[in-house]
Design a protein around this ligand. Structure first.
Ligand code: HEM
Length: 256
């Protein structure tokens, strides 16, 4: 679906992002901001002098925001199968007939100072979106495992609790996050070894995400200044503006 209003004698507004995509974007931004701040506090808890209880509270808050983040991300990944054409995988991933040629043309255009205008993601933007979604999904999966190993919270907390107590009902009843009182020492050490790669991945994926976010924001600001197509406000209004019909409006993503 396309809305086309005259916004000036030269610029025409086109519907770029549907409502689901815009809601996803802003909920995701708020969640990621909160997760980064809480994550940094967890990472630096010693320097901040956080108490043992404070650490559990930080992790619990981080996990609750993490659930909202994961549900929102899952909904967006589902929307990529069932949503509007510009929200679908074919418009997001660096795939499909003609992608390599489109990328070449876009980079050449950038080099010459006049890249072709895209209503959806431009070919470079698709690479960025793919990288962002991959890293966000990695954070969601590893985070859910850590919620289980650190706090015995869903979806894996029940299995982890059974593991570290060897299923002993009395130990299970007394099991508390951050305390080793009710655990079987051998099982607990095994669980900690299992958890290690997830913590490492969660941490390095976090650093990667920070770099990607910086590049993403810089690319959006530069594109907005150079192409003046309301890229930033399009995430609120849904509409981008163009002086000439955008290249992917002539060839919608569904056509491959
Ligand atoms: C964009 C998403 C996320 C970011 C940027 C992020 C960032 C971080 C950072 C920087 C840390 C501290 C480093 C570490 O201890 O490994 C951390 C720890 C943790 N995160 Fe996340 N996180 C995200 C998503 C999630 C999700 C979705 C969950 C679960 C629902 C989660 C659960 C945890 C837990 C339990 C810890 C504590 C791990 C530990 O004890 O070291 N995170 N996160």
């Amino acid at each position: 679906m396309r809305s086309k209003d005259e916004v000036s004698s030269k610029r025409v507004a086109y519907l770029a992002w549907d409502r689901t995509t815009r809601w996803f974007h802003w909920i995701n931004l708020l969640c990621v901001l909160a997760l980064v701040v809480l994550g940094l506090a967890i990472l630096n808890e010693k320097s901040f002098g956080v108490s043992a209880d404070g650490k559990i509270l930080l992790k619990t808050l981080h996990v609750y925001v993490g659930y909202v983040f994961t549900i929102n991300l899952t909904w967006r990944l589902t929307w990529a199968f069932v949503g509007s054409s510009r929200a679908r995988w074919l418009a997001l991933l660096p795939i499909g007939r003609g992608y390599t040629e489109a990328l070449r043309q876009y980079v050449r255009g950038l080099w010459q100072g006049a890249p072709p205008g895209y209503l959806g993601h431009n070919p470079l933007g698709r690479l960025m979106v793919t990288a962002l979604l991959l890293v966000l999904a990695t954070q969601a999966v590893t985070g859910l495992v850590l919620a289980g190993t650190d706090l015995y919270k869903p979806p894996f907390g029940g299995i982890i609790a059974e593991w570290v107590t060897n299923g002993d009902p009395e130990k299970l009843a007394n099991l508390t996050p951050g305390s080793k009182d009710a655990v079987d020492p051998v099982a607990y050490d095994e669980m900690r070894s299992f958890r290690k790669p997830f913590v490492t991945t969660h941490e390095y994926s976090f650093y990667t995400l920070i770099v990607l976010i910086l590049v993403h924001v810089a690319a959006v600001v530069i594109t907005e200044i150079r192409e003046k197509n309301s890229l930033v406000s399009a995430m609120l209004s849904g509409e981008k503006t163009f002086t000439e019909a955008p290249i992917d409006e002539l060839e919608p993503p569904d056509s491959g």
